[in-house]
Design a protein around this ligand. Structure first.
Ligand SMILES: Cc1ncc(C[n+]2csc(CCOP(=O)(O)OP(=O)(O)O)c2C)c(N)n1
Length: 641
């Protein structure tokens, strides 16, 4: 693949001497590089193909890194990486030890602000613009946000403040009509109207000019128009919503027309007051497969460029959840499914097809999803909030304040629990056991396999005394035998499953770690160490009866979870032991460490965190050995005598 122009760009300043023709060629080369690289490694393809011209224009016009560009989410910024000194590492993107798939302050001085979660850019840019003003500096600050991210409330909270304070900064709204799936909500309709209607694109001045030409009544009409709130004014003032919030609205303009961008952007970037430029782009631009199906091509695995074909997707926990929920809803009309902009990612698109009236995609608005679910539950329905573990962090207060305090039976289905791999630190679902366990009235379950996931879903739908959550991993099912819908069991709340007893120790494992515990058990047996394995099933409430029995028998305990150690399952076991049997041996906690874990294959990351079956085996063997050599209190006393 030859990219002669791109190969000469080592920083944005290298774009300055290029002619328009050359910049157009550069755009082509960037697309080529992005498509080739993602075809080999997978990644966020369609979003980054849509922003190529905008990226080139920003890099050419701005004085970088002095000026600051804050990209929302950061998944559309592959072109940005190519032009800001990371071209030669681009082939490492999302690979262990390589470039991140998102933007990160410690990866490049050009990444003014890191992200991964949506809708943060405007608030962050406001902070950075305000800091600039307080420090008496003079650079430009620009937030680039997608129409999908504009469904998040945080974006409006920031607009509300910026418009009021008239902070000097620009917002570029990158509107491709898509979130990951089709965009939802009235705001998205409003943006569509702005783009589609010629009427809307007329400027205020133009309209006034036309009206003014009508003798006598013209002036009166102009005055009347000015005085009417909503209604007609809304129709004739482009971007009225943003204008009312204190922003100047420019657009919509074609985000792939480089010439047009060069004409309009400088005025926008140099505006002394808040300004919003509405740029229309096509997701997947320049790769016909992606243009035709931007939902599929939002984020993809490796594929063949010519045919667009990729390896067939094996069945995942997400499929099991999506199909299972749709089926359970056939039998219970109270079941309602809610997603926050992730119908495909959570598998709820299956539910949407079969039960469209009972399906709600609220946009990137996790807090809204949870409080909406609370309202549904308060009126007797059985809402299932299907949200990735990492994104439910957004709605912590809603889970406590709107759901748990009122003991409302909202069901939380947390996909992507544990380490997720290539998306890295912003996306690992490694805090959920901690942030859910600390909430009173909450029940927290973790299935060991896909069959148990179905039993837990069934249990959750029949659990009416308060909120209940289950979290399951990203990725393929284990391939266990599946129960039929009529064979589903209601699991006794707070009861673990003892898989085997052990003479030397017991491993209390949660979720996918049960598999690792079984492998460790096998390896330890070969070393002459006999350990039992318990599938914990419940992180809250704990199986206190079982733990008490093991503590009284003085069996050494090990807990295992793919959650941070702080506040997690093992911490719960130790809290219980400390409170009830202070003389008992503590449980050794095998969990994730107290630092953010970067991207990479999950088995590699587990090994680095000492959580691979091999590392677990070695740790348990070493600990038991060490404990054996520690004298008991009686022995110490005897030796003293
Ligand atoms: C808080 C949060 N919820 C969900 C997501 C998952 N997500 C990543 S990108 C995206 C869609 C963003 O759409 P848009 O801003 O229009 O960007 P586009 O991909 O269309 O360029 C979503 C829902 C996220 N990153 N953060």
């Amino acid at each position: 693949m030859t990219t002669p122009l791109l190969d000469q760009i080592n920083c944005p300043a290298d774009l300055k001497p290029l002619s328009e023709e050359q910049l157009l060629q550069l755009c082509q080369e960037m697309r080529k590089r992005i498509i080739t690289t993602v075809s080999e490694l997978g990644g966020h393809l369609a979003p980054s193909l849509g922003t190529v011209e905008l990226t080139v224009a920003l890099c050419r016009i701005l004085d970088l890194p002095r000026d600051q560009v804050i990209w929302d989410v950061g998944h559309q910024a592959y072109g940005w990486k190519l032009l800001t000194g990371r071209r030669d590492q681009f082939h490492t993107i999302r690979q262990h030890g390589g470039l991140s798939g998102f933007l990160k302050r410690d990866e490049s001085e050009f990444d003014a602000f890191g992200a991964g979660h949506a809708s943060t850019s405007i608030a962050a840019a406001w902070g950075m613009a305000s800091a600039r003003d307080l420090r008496g500096e003079d650079h430009r600050v620009v937030a680039v946000i997608g129409d999908g991210a504009m469904t998040g409330g945080l974006a409006y909270e920031a607009l509300n403040n910026i418009g009021d304070r008239q902070t000097r900064m620009a917002v570029i709204l990158n509107d491709n009509e898509m979130s990951i799936s089709g965009n939802t909500g009235a705001m998205s309709r409003y943006l569509r109207d702005l783009v589609n209607s010629h009427f809307y694109t007329k400027t205020k001045a133009e309209v006034a000019k036309h009206l003014d030409r009508i003798p006598l009544v013209g002036h009166t009409i102009v005055e009347a128009v000015k005085s009417i709130e909503g209604g007609l004014r809304h129709v004739i003032v482009p971007g009225l919503l943003f204008e009312s919030l204190g922003f100047r609205y420019i657009g919509p303009i074609d985000g792939h027309d480089l010439r047009g961008l060069f004409r309009r952007l400088p005025r926008v970037l140099d505006s002394e007051t808040p300004i919003l430029l509405h740029v229309v782009t096509q997701k997947g631009k320049g790769f016909h497969h992606a243009e035709g199906d931007p939902v599929h091509w939002h984020g993809v695995g490796a594929f063949e460029i010519e045919s667009g074909k990729s390896k067939p997707n094996p069945r995942t926990f997400t499929h099991i959840f999506g199909e299972g929920l749709a089926e359970m809803a056939e039998r219970d009309e109270r079941v309602v499914a809610i997603t926050a902009a992730m119908p495909d990612g959570t598998g709820t698109s299956i539910f949407a097809e079969r039960h469209p009236k009972r399906f709600f995609d609220v946009g990137i608005a996790e807090g809204c999803a949870v409080t909406f679910a609370a309202g549904l539950a308060a009126c007797g329905l059985r809402p299932v909030c299907a949200i990735y573990s990492t994104f439910l962090q957004r709605a912590f207060d809603q889970v406590i304040h709107d759901v748990a305090i009122q003991r409302l039976p909202v069901i939380f289905a947390l996909d992507r629990g544990g380490l997720v791999g290539a998306d890295g630190a912003t996306h690992h679902g490694v805090f959920d056991l901690s942030y859910l366990r600390c909430i009173p009235n909450m029940t927290v379950m973790v299935p060991r396999d896909e069959a148990e996931l179905l039993h837990m879903m069934h249990t959750a739908i029949h659990h009416t005394s308060g909120p209940i959550a289950f979290r399951y991993p990203r990725g393929n099912v284990l391939g266990v035998e599946m129960p039929g819908i009529d064979d589903l069991q209601r699991l006794p709340i707070g009861k673990a499953e003892v898989l085997s007893e052990g003479r030397d120790a017991v491993l209390l494992a949660t979720g996918v770690m049960v598999g690792s515990a079984l492998r460790a058990q096998q390896a330890l047996r070969e070393m002459g160490i006999d350990v039992g394995v318990v599938n914990a099933r419940f992180v809250k409430p704990l199986d206190e009866v079982l733990i008490n029995r093991l503590a009284q028998a003085r069996i050494p305990l090990f807990s295992m979870e793919d959650n941070v150690a702080a506040g997690g399952f093992g911490a719960a076991v130790n809290e219980h032991l400390a409170a009830t049997a202070p003389h008992a041996t503590a449980c050794q906690v095998l969990a994730l460490p107290d630092h953010f874990i970067e991207h990479g294959p999950v088995p590699t990351l587990h090994a680095e965190a000492d959580l691979s079956p091999e590392k677990i085996t070695a740790r348990i063997a070493a600990t038991l050995e060490a404990w054996r050599s520690v004298p008991t209190a009686a022995e110490v006393a005897r030796r003293r005598r």
